[in-house]
Design a protein around this ligand. Sequence first.
Ligand SMILES: Cc1cc2nc3c(=O)[nH]c(=O)nc-3n(C[C@H](O)[C@H](O)[C@H](O)COP(=O)(O)OP(=O)(O)OC[C@H]3O[C@@H](n4cnc5c(N)ncnc54)[C@H](O)[C@@H]3O)c2cc1C
Ligand code: SF4
Ligand code: SF4
Length: 1024
Amino acid sequence: MARSEHTVGTPEPADEERADYDHVGGPVHEPELAGALRNRIEGDVRFDEYSRELYATDASIYEVPPVGAVFPRSTDDVAAVVTHCAGEDVPVLPRGGGTSLAGQTVNEAVVLDFTRYMDAPIALDAEARRATAEAGITLGDLNAALADHGLKFAPDPAWGDKSALGGAIGNNTTGAHSLQYGKTDHYIESCEVVLADGTVTTFGDVPVAELREYASRDGVEGDIYAAVADVLDGHRDEIAAAYPELKRNVSGYNLDRLVADAEGEYGEAGVVNLGRLLAGSEGTLGIVTEATVALEPLPETKAMALLCYGDLVDAMADVAPILEHDPAAVEVLDDTMLELARDTAEFADVASMLPDGTSATLIVEFYADDDAEGRAAVDRLLADRLRGDESVTDAPRTAGDALEAHDAATRERFWKLRKSGLPILLSRTSDAKHVAFIEDTAVPPTNLPEYVADFQQVLADHDTFASFYAHAGPGVLHIRPLVNTKTVDGVEQMVSIADAVTDLVVEYGGSVSGEHGDGRARSCWNEKLYGTDVWELFRDIKTAADPGWLLNPGQVVGADADAVAAGSAPSRAETVDMAARLRFDPEYEFEAGFDSALDWTTDNGMEGMVELCHGCGGCRGPQETTGSVMCPTYRAADEEITATRGRANALRQAMSGDLPDDPTDEAFVSEVMDLCIGCKGCKRDCPSGVDMAKLKAEVTHAHQQEHGVSLRDRVFANVDTLFALGSRVAPLANALSSLPGADRLLEATVGIARERETPTLHRETVRDWASARDPGVTAAEADRSVVLFVDSYTNYTHPAVGKAAVRVLEATGTHVEVAARSDSGRPAYSKGLLDAARQTARENVEALSAHVDAGREVVFVEPSDAVMAQSDYLDLLGHDDDATERVATHSYGLCEFLDRNELVREADWAAAGSLTYHGHCHQKATKKDHHAVGVLRRAGYDVDPIDSGCCGMAGSFGYEAEHYSMSKAIGSILYEQVADSDGDRVVAPGASCRTQLSDRPDGDEPPHPAEALADALAEAEPKV
Ligand SMILES: Cc1cc2nc3c(=O)[nH]c(=O)nc-3n(C[C@H](O)[C@H](O)[C@H](O)COP(=O)(O)OP(=O)(O)OC[C@H]3O[C@@H](n4cnc5c(N)ncnc54)[C@H](O)[C@@H]3O)c2cc1C
Ligand code: SF4
Ligand code: SF4
């Protein structure tokens, strides 16, 4: 198995000598402890304030700053940290992706982040279907390494690309296909573990008969075996009676699995595996450093049916009969989710296929050996469950209709539909949010109808609501009530709902957590769920494994409060209070420290956006397994602070007083905001739509108000004026910039990276050329007219692109006027000079709205300028400004315009060859990059659109000396994607993308799609 990209060979951008960031900031906490750990390990130790705050949150509603963060490089490092911390009485908390929803990944402890260095696959035995990997490997990377062998690690949590193997073990993770595969525990063959006293051991299969022998081992290891032997010798019946009959239950310790293994339920009787006891223990019993897991073959094929119901409770009643058909997954969507999908352009087509009156759907997936088998399974299901021929069965049938999916694309759409509503639920910018605290209760599927009806009543009694969705098959429903934890009433409401729902769960034979674990939100309910006797067993196990209660204390189980008060148990052993340490609590105060300069009315104010990130970690996905546009700076640097989550957390913490620095302080700006390249990837791909690019513009602007604007920022913001001046004396200006030493001088004086070439200016601009020629299509003979906005870069340095755009438009019978201006305001906006950007926006809107009023559409050569007019002008000039709104709705990127108006028809163009298409991130953020692909294909090209993010140039970012290494690190991800693509040449509409791509090894400067289309024109005489 190959080691993952992040581990080997990737240069760390911060290590470059010019980089002015090191990902840390603020005072160092407990410096003696930090120093002692640093002396003992090879990994990194960060106890600075920024790092602590970055690790203070996970995907839950909680926030607890840790003692500090450690990035171990080896098992020895982990053992050294645990041993030293045990001696100092300091708790320790292992962490993977930090995507947990119940708060089990935040604590007052030294956090061990395994994802930075200990994230490699180690061994694969494909024949025996077994793999060994380090604890920090993401499930996405693990599965990518297995795919070629037709194998996979079967548990498939929705966020597997971002979560780690250690986290999957910690939470006993599973996913939508748990009906087929069960949970992580089922796949654990052995775990290398660091125990609470620093002992390193391996937990694997042990005969029950030998447990007492193992119990004679020294220290904690022996104590754990003794405790397990005690449980099996004396408490099997208690456990059988207390644990619910569920496919999915991850509350409490995994004692039922221990008993099941001892009794041979899954294999040889009389053999237990303590690695499986660690599953679901949330880092409280031992720290896994590497694990050997069993693998499953990839299914040959799949088939799906989507059944429609008039009522959620009817759908719930149908789950048990559907399970008789042995599906791999049964997922529910209620009316709220369906309504949200209907309102989302992307899913409206699938949602509109559902018959009127559909208030709930069940998506049923089958695994099959071939298509015929898949079809047959769906046929049998529909014959049994669909209303119609009532003679087939006596059982009541409530599904009114069904859609089928027998091809991969349709199945993908069904799954996307299932996931479509959640982002909208989570994008609420109000103080009340759909929070996770009882979001994964589980009950036996036969009890779902009554349980759901009673749950709805609990919500109504508490004057709130929630939608119901997810894994109906194993009885796990995702339910996030709308609650405002910033108020005392809201917190009380949350606790009261949790209490009432725990009663319901107990009544219906369920569990408080069927998926996400106990953590801070649920540990306090475990005694009610299992009863006092089993709760005491949990304490016995915990005390044996961790006598000082140093491993993630307070989660899963706690000591008796009386014992803590009496001093007979460590104080930290108390079970955490679900209402304590909330991220937003009644004491929370927001103070931005400056007045916003942009319009935030659609986001409930800037505060609404700053508080929007819910911590899911979706911005931590690597390009190789998650693709898309999401945070390229994280992908390049692999640092929490360079992910949108890190920035959002740090910004909120700076604005609510948790960080010592203000958001406009130099240290904060350079460590947190400066590295955001403003690609808008988060706005598109974050489930909540966090818009960090817009927040960055605000903070940079406020910073400049206090500290002034640097020379370089002024230069870049005024690039249009500089190009205009330089173009007039083009040969001289070009000669000066290519003088020996000019690059170094420019770096020393202005801060422009010496490696970057300054663009060559042309004497004749696109505007000059256009005004000197007769239009190819006059307004009188044209089918339509446009004003073509040619950006500064194209106008002065790449006029061939602008000319190609004119020729292509004219070939489609369009009259083209070239706009009198080439500055969209984007350069000033991206440098935070918002007043200057606003002034430019105002002037452009005035000029362009006159064109619009005259019946011309506005077409942009440069994608980021199109997006400026389509959305950023509204932020600058106000969403209620009519002229701005009019310009926004009449503005298009070049290919968008051609595509929407169907102006490129196959018969008229004769392109030859294949293209690799790299879209601009701003276009992707506004979901418009597909237009170019469609147009180029219709012109005759074979197009491979790569699933790339930002190129890393991001306007001027890549030109800046201290950002050069980060820019190149991001660029190298794109270079690899381009190299892997089959296209003959790469094409890219973004000017900065083309610059970055031309720097790749053996790379020519790629053309703009306009040039590729012009080439296609040259090959054929258009008939239009
Ligand atoms: C949007 C979203 C969707 C999700 N979908 C699912 C889903 O479908 N199914 C599901 O089961 N969960 C789901 N989750 C929850 C979570 O993503 C998973 O449980 C995931 O497997 C946790 O992995 P992680 O690496 O983020 O773990 P973390 O959150 O970092 O850690 C989880 C627990 O494991 C412990 N731990 C971490 N590393 C180790 C180690 N090396 N040794 C011992 N203990 C360790 C931690 O202390 C913590 O208690 C979802 C979460 C989100 C935000
Ligand atoms: S920024 Fe978005 S994707 Fe990233 S953690 Fe926050 S909510 Fe999740
Ligand atoms: S704008 Fe781009 S770089 Fe900045 S946080 Fe969002 S995704 Fe990351």
